[in-house]
Design a protein around this ligand. Structure first.
Ligand code: VNL
Length: 195
């Protein structure tokens, strides 16, 4: 359901071919909702069958054609209904916390590597998201650039601010992960494990 909403979000910026949806996705909403092309193309076909998007055949190259999707009225309604509905939560299923809970069984060197990998992973994500915030604020992100085309300055500021806010939330969470893993390194140092 969330992938569907992420794809609807893409098509609220402009009509696009399946390939352009995929490309825009990877450099925008895909940072907050990761999905591979193997999920995106079939979902677009299902969304067309469900009337949320409409595919029209447009000329391409010398003789070719391609299908360009636009969001339908029903698609906009479904997107707005989701945005106005109460949030849904999935109960915890966190492999990192699961593993952390049993480190008394692990080799302390492997445990230290585990926490260092956790720090490296989240540090890289913080950098990616900080870069994304920069390209949102200077409007150089291509999906955002299309979305704000012809819009008034205040509307552009509003559209941008919510997107930046989403990334700020992810950065805050990643920083908490980094601090937690740093404490984990100290804990392993202090308590050790097996072997
Ligand atoms: C958009 C552009 C969304 C860049 C993004 O993430 C992003 C957009 C939610 O205009 O839909 O990073």
């Amino acid at each position: 359901m969330s992938l569907r909403n992420a794809l609807l979000a893409m098509l609220t910026s402009q009509p696009m071919t399946g390939y352009d949806v995929y490309k825009n996705f990877q450099t925008s909403v895909g940072y907050v909702w990761h999905a591979p092309d193997s999920q995106i193309y079939p979902e677009l076909r299902r969304m067309e069958q469900d009337g949320l998007i409409r595919g029209e055949t447009v000329p391409w190259g010398k003789r070719g054609t391609k299908k360009r999707y636009s969001i339908t009225e029903a698609g906009v309604e479904s997107f707005e209904a989701w945005l106005n509905a109460p949030p849904e939560y999935q109960r915890e299923r966190d492999p990192v916390r699961l593993r952390a809970a049993y480190l008394e069984w692990a080799n302390p060197t492997a445990s230290a590597d585990f926490f260092r990998a956790h720090i490296a992973y989240h540090s890289a994500r913080v950098e990616d998201w900080e870069d994304m915030i920069r390209t949102l604020l200077d409007h150089s992100n291509p999906t955002l650039a299309k979305r704000i085309e012809g819009k008034a300055r205040e509307e552009v500021a509003r559209i941008t601010a919510y997107k930046v806010f989403a990334y700020e939330g992810m950065i805050a969470r990643a920083q908490a992960e980094i601090e937690w893993a740093e404490k984990g390194l100290e804990l392993v140092e202090r308590l050790g494990g097996q072997g």
